[in-house]
Design a protein around this ligand. Structure first.
Ligand code: 1PR
Length: 504
């Protein structure tokens, strides 16, 4: 790419180089946490100019005045019209200017995660190289001379993202991205997520396991922990198979301290070297005092996960305690794990994993929690149910419903909900549509439907009948009963947009 730079562009370039020097230093120290600052980050400037507010202040004129290099106002997506905020997932770009680095994007989805955006206007039009639609059109990339910036995450956008990064480094590099024949990107895709429940087996090795209604031990006399494979290998396989995200749940994290669990951190590090879609990790995120009296905040625990390669952390038990306290007092203390982590890393980096059990009742007046009229009556003909939250991997029930919990954690800073259902886990009879509808209609943040997938039809059902943004499965993928590509093929055939993957 031969480019003549104007004095103006050189000025910008020099300014950015200065920032780059500073950020590179910080980047070396906090590698992956940068990738987790997306909520406040407005623009990702190659490389690692993504330190949140700095770009906002440098590039855009807004309430906090920037340097005014690029005209525009940064604003939050408006969730009042039913839009899920943060905007999380794989969306389509509409290129408005020829730029080599976006050559391979055509027809593919790229990964976004943010709550703030810049709208295209006549004043910033000459900068814009692509726009994206989420509610309204927003600026998804800009280009001027050698200066490129993107709102999405190339480093998390699979092969397409890698190709963008390569083109930036070497504009003459040839295209290796396969063009997808079907499933051309046109809007935000529904996500298909592979989940790996991880714990130590009785020999002390970290293995991927899988429960039946959360019981992960074999039914044999030995009662061994079910071993379905090695975490790093399986995550790599699911990435190749087209998983839109991979989640690791350290299912004994509630009793072991994650920072003492170095193999889990190692798993994240190895996985993030080869898996270029978002990684979520959960289990054991809470304040902790070790045997020497050293206190670790949940923020420190989460930070270590982020530094090891996680893009999002998922909080289970601790979120239940925080929500109970918040509903009891009505006060946001700012000290809960959700508030602390979302303040530093942004809401989009904080998932709350809910582990509810269905409790049938005869009438909504029988309980103080939100009930729903169930689609299939209970064992004694009950027509209603509420969903009771649990902690410690389903071992202890708590006096709070999934509906109440979801609403409370959204207020406390959660950016997404991973909605499990203990009754359905590992059963293969389909997702609990009643529960997912209840919760996805109650909040404005994205909801991931989980537990019970047994066939491709279960995925189309959950997307057709509820407002879930993503569907997660474990057992059918681990046992190779249904490949991810078949799920996506089926969804596409049913008119549900998904990110195309190899095999399509
Ligand atoms: O409480 O913050 O330490 O977090 C613990 C985390 O570990 C929570 O996210 C909790 O959901 C998870 N967890 C704890 N115990 C278990 C268990 O299975 N014994 N696993 C567990 C949760 C549920 C799903 C599963 C889906 C899909 N696993 O993640 O992958 O149900 O399964 P399917 O497709 O086979 O039906 P904390």
């Amino acid at each position: 790419m031969v480019q003549q730079w104007s004095a103006y562009e050189k000025g910008i370039s020099e300014l950015l180089q200065l920032i780059l020097m500073r950020l590179s230093l910080q980047y070396a120290m906090f590698r992956s946490s940068f990738f987790s600052c997306a909520d406040t980050q407005v623009i990702f400037l190659f490389f690692y100019f993504l330190l949140s507010q700095m770009i906002l202040q440098i590039t855009f004129i807004c309430a906090v005045k920037g340097l005014g290099l690029i005209p525009g106002v940064v604003g939050r997506f408006d969730s009042s019209n039913g839009l899920r905020v943060p905007h999380i997932g794989w969306n389509a770009l509409q290129t408005t200017k020829d730029t080599e680095i976006l050559d391979d994007v055509g027809g593919h989805h790229v990964y976004f995660v943010h709550s703030y955006r810049v709208m295209p206007t006549d004043a910033n039009n000459e900068w814009i190289s692509s726009i994206c639609n989420y509610g309204d059109s927003f600026v998804s990339s800009i280009t001027r001379g050698n200066v490129h910036a993107v709102q999405f995450h190339p480093e998390k956008s699979g092969d397409v993202g890698i190709s963008i990064l390569k083109k930036f480094l070497d504009p003459s590099s040839s295209s290796k991205t396969k063009k997808s024949a079907i499933g051309k990107a046109s809007r935000l895709a529904k996500r298909v997520i592979a989940c790996l429940d991880v714990r130590a087996n009785d020999k002390g090795d970290l293995v991927v396991t899988k429960g039946d209604q959360y019981d992960v031990r074999e039914q044999s006399n030995e009662k061994e922990v079910r071993n379905l494979g090695k975490p790093v290998d399986l995550a790599g396989q699911y990435y190749k198979d087209g998983a839109d995200e991979v989640s690791f749940l350290n299912i004994t994290g509630f009793r072991d301290f994650p920072l003492g669990d170095l193999p889990m951190l190692q798993i994240l590090r190895y996985t993030s070297e080869n898996v270029f879609v978002p990684l979520t990790v959960g289990g054991g995120i809470r304040d902790f005092t070790d045997g020497n009296g050293r206190y670790y905040s949940s923020l420190e625990v989460a930070s270590e996960y982020f530094r090891s390669g996680a893009d999002k952390i998922s909080v289970g038990s601790d979120a239940v305690y925080a929500a109970e306290e918040y509903l009891r007092t009505g006060v946001k203390t700012g000290k809960t794990s959700l508030e602390q982590i979302s303040r530093v890393y942004g809401n989009q980096a904080v998932v709350v994993s809910i582990d509810p059990r269905r409790v049938y009742v005869r009438s909504p007046d029988d309980v103080e929690f939100k009930t729903i009229k169930v689609s299939s009556p209970g064992p004694s003909g009950e027509e209603y149910a509420w969903y009771q939250c649990t902690v410690n991997g389903g071992r202890e029930v708590r006096p709070i419903g999934a509906f109440e919990l979801a609403k409370a954690v959204e207020e406390l800073g959660a950016g997404e909900i991973l909605l499990n259902c203990i009754d359905c886990d590992g059963q293969g009879h389909g997702f609990d549509i009643d529960l997912i509808k209840l919760v996805s209609d109650a909040v404005t943040i994205p909801v991931i439907a989980s537990s019970g997938a047994g066939a491709v039809e279960h995925f189309s059902e959950v997307f057709e009948k509820t407002n879930a943004s993503a569907a997660l499965a474990a057992g059918i993928f681990h046992r190779k009963e249904v490949p991810i590509s078949s799920v996506k093929q089926h969804l596409l055939q049913n008119g549900i947009e998904v990110r195309a993957c190899d095999g399509h």
